[in-house]
Design a protein around this ligand. Structure first.
Ligand code: BMA
Length: 324
C-alpha cells in the first residue's frame, strides 16, 4: 500500500491552504479538521484549533468560527464559539455541521476522563449551543444526514471496539437512527475496514453526506499503517497515513452501500499534506457542499495543521462508486 494517488477527478484549490493559524485573531497553532455548511446564505465553518498555553505542549483546544461569502475566503470571528470542559471533559474537537429543517446541528468528539464520546448540539446563532446527546465511550467521527429517512434522523459514526476486534484498531463505520436526535438506536454496520482496499487499520465517517438522485454520497477517511515510517511530523513517531474515500448509500436504506471508490479520492501528495505538519500524510475531510451547478466542495484538514479545499463534479463522484 506504499504508493497511493488521488483520483484525477478531484482538483485541489490552487490557493490552498484556505485557513491557517495566521488567519486567527487569538491564540492558535494548528487550525484543521473543520466542519463546513451553508446556512442562511453564508458559508459557515467551525474549525479545530490546537494551541499552547505555555511554550511546551499543545495541550489546549478550542473550536473557532469563520464565515465566507464564496466558500473560499474566510473571515474568522474574534472569539472561539464552543468550548466544553469540566472535571470530566478535557476538550471538544473535530466538529461537523449539518443543517436540518433550517437549524444547524454540530457533531463533535469529546475527550473525557472515561473515554472518547460523540456529542450532538444545535445552534441558531453559533453563540448558544444546546447539547442534545452524548454517546457512551468509545465513539467519534459522528455525522448527521441533512434529511430524515423514513421519518428518522440518521447518524453515521465510528465506535472503536477493541476487545471484539482482536485488540487491533480495526474500526468500522456504523449507522444509528433517532426520532428526536437525543435517543439513538437501531444501530447497523455500514462499511467494514476490510472492504476498503486502501485501508489496513481503520476507517471513519468524514463529511456529512449529500443527497443525489442516485443515493447519498458519503466521504470517509481510511487509515493505513506502515511500521517502517519513522518520524513523519512534529511527533517522534507517526506511522499512519489518512486518505479520503467516497461511497454511495441507498437513498431509502442508507445502511446499504451501493458502491465505493476502490481507490482513494484524496491521498497525501501536496507539500501542505506531506511536509512540515504536526502529523504529515493526514487528509481528514469534515465538510462537503453540493453547489447548484453540480460542483462539490470538499473541505479537509491537512497534516493536522491547516485547512484545505478540493473540488469535483458530483456526477464524477457517483461514477467512481462501484459495488464492493
Ligand atoms: C484521529 C483524530 C483526528 C486526527 C487524526 C490524525 O484519531 O484525532 O482528529 O486528525 O487522528 O491525527
Amino acid at each position: 500500500m506504499s504508493d497511493l494517488k488521488s483520483s484525477k477527478l478531484i482538483k485541489r484549490y490552487s490557493g490552498n491552504p484556505i485557513l491557517t493559524a495566521d488567519d486567527v485573531p487569538y491564540n492558535a497553532t494548528l487550525v484543521f479538521n473543520a466542519g463546513v455548511t451553508k446556512y442562511e446564505n453564508k458559508y459557515v465553518m467551525v474549525f479545530r484549533n490546537d494551541y499552547r498555553s505555555s511554550k511546551q505542549r499543545l495541550e489546549c483546544t478550542s473550536i473557532g468560527l469563520a464565515f465566507s461569502d464564496d466558500g473560499i475566503r474566510w473571515s474568522v470571528q474574534p472569539k472561539p464559539c464552543f468550548k466544553l470542559k469540566d472535571n470530566e471533559i478535557r476538550r471538544a474537537y473535530d466538529p461537523r455541521l449539518t443543517v436540518i429543517d433550517g437549524r444547524c446541528y454540530m457533531c463533535f468528539a469529546l475527550d473525557t476522563v472515561h473515554g472518547i464520546r460523540g456529542g450532538i448540539a444545535v445552534t441558531d446563532d453559533f453563540d448558544k449551543f444546546e447539547i442534545l446527546s452524548m454517546t457512551v465511550p468509545d465513539n467519534r467521527n459522528m455525522v448527521l444526514f441533512p434529511d430524515r429517512v423514513n421519518g428518522k434522523y440518521i447518524r453515521m459514526e465510528r465506535p472503536f471496539p477493541v476487545y471484539g476486534r482482536g485488540g487491533k484498531e480495526h474500526f468500522d463505520i456504523w449507522m444509528s437512527d433517532s426520532s428526536d436526535l437525543k435517543y439513538w438506536g437501531n444501530s447497523q454496520l455500514v462499511l467494514g475496514v476490510e472492504n476498503v482496499p486502501f485501508a489496513n487499520d481503520k476507517i471513519g465517517p468524514a463529511a456529512p453526506p449529500i443527497k443525489t438522485e442516485k443515493g447519498w454520497l458519503a466521504t470517509f477517511h481510511a487509515v493505513d499503517i506502515d511500521h517502517t515510517r519513522g518520524k513523519n511530523g512534529w511527533e517522534p513517531c507517526w506511522q499512519k497515513r489518512y486518505t479520503a474515500g467516497i461511497m454511495l448509500l441507498d437513498l431509502n436504506n442508507p445502511q446499504k452501500v451501493i458502491g465505493i471508490s476502490h481507490e482513494p479520492l484524496l491521498a497525501p501528495e501536496a507539500a501542505y499534506e506531506t511536509e512540515n505538519g504536526f502529523r504529515n500524510d493526514v487528509i481528514f475531510p469534515g465538510g462537503m457542499i453540493l453547489e447548484d451547478n453540480g460542483e462539490v466542495k470538499i473541505y479537509y484538514g491537512a497534516a493536522d495543521t491547516v485547512e484545505c479545499l478540493a473540488v469535483a463534479c458530483v456526477d464524477d463522484f457517483i461514477s467512481l462508486c462501484t459495488p464492493i
